[in-house]
Write a protein that binds this ligand. Sequence first.
Ligand code: ASP
Length: 341
Amino acid sequence: MPVYKILVHGGAGTIRKEDMSAELEAAYKQGLEAALNAGYRLLEKGGTALDAIKAAVVSLEDNILFNAGRGSVFCKDGSQEMDASVMEGKTLMAGAVSAVRNIKNPVELAYAIMTQSPHVMLNGQGAFEFAKLHGLAIEPDEYFFSAFRYEQWKQMQGSDDFALDHNVKLQAETQAGNSFSNDNPSVAKAAEGKPSSAKVREGRKFGTVGAVAVDMQGNIAAATSTGGMTNKRWGRVGDSPIIGAGTYANNKTCAISCTGHGEPFIRAVTAYDVSCLMEYKGLSLEEAIHGVVHDKLLKLDGEGGMIGVDAKGNAAMVFNSEGMYRGLKGSNGENQVLIYK
Ligand code: ASP
């Protein structure tokens, strides 16, 4: 019987049960389940791993709880810039997009670049023009707005610091619903300049999303999408759209999607390093991921984690932070959605 399986993540970092309301925890779990189901439905019908990861990431991008697509974090200048990438293990074809604004589903744009251009990565305005040319959905700023992310940014505005998604953690986070709503951006915008009533707690949490899958044919694929880091300099590009850093897929080894502090992940060429350890050293997926996440990344102060799968259906979800939103659904009956260690 061919094995097929999909894994998703919704970010890693200081994610503690004691900081989470039951309501918010349920909402995160539902979001992860919906993404798994969106991909799994395709795999079940004989669909490709590539289509499955794309569907899963679109579902997470559309969910305002996660820092990708709708609900992305704010840059230093108050804009929302997003990065995404996709890679197919069978062909080693890849597509990526960096620092784009107003693209509803950056992963769809990465896919279009991979399938409809001779390039691997397009950036900013050029990527936007390409999206228009290919009829991809474009949304106004209001669509991406989340009062919660806006409040996070307000905590840091004017400083040169940039936070790893929820580095500035608000009391409001424990209240699902209102704080994530984008119904009335003008209310939050009107509060500009006024002292915030939200209590700030320190915490490192990364809200990037990603998916990896293996299909009935034994092909694997990976995708990652993010709004990056709160108060990042506009134009800053993290690991997520960089093939080999945040995303990688090769049928011979593994499909990987990462989340965490992008700079160390880029310097460690993280996703490709897992693949190399498997290809050149003969390590298993599990061994390779553990070595990279718990040794190499930690030496660079690289907090975060990753999900991976190989062509035989071996899977791993590993992180060196306190938690990682993650889930897995497979043809052998596996069905898990987890948050904490
Ligand atoms: N890796 C992403 C970045 O640095 C952030 C994240 O994973 O949340 O842009």
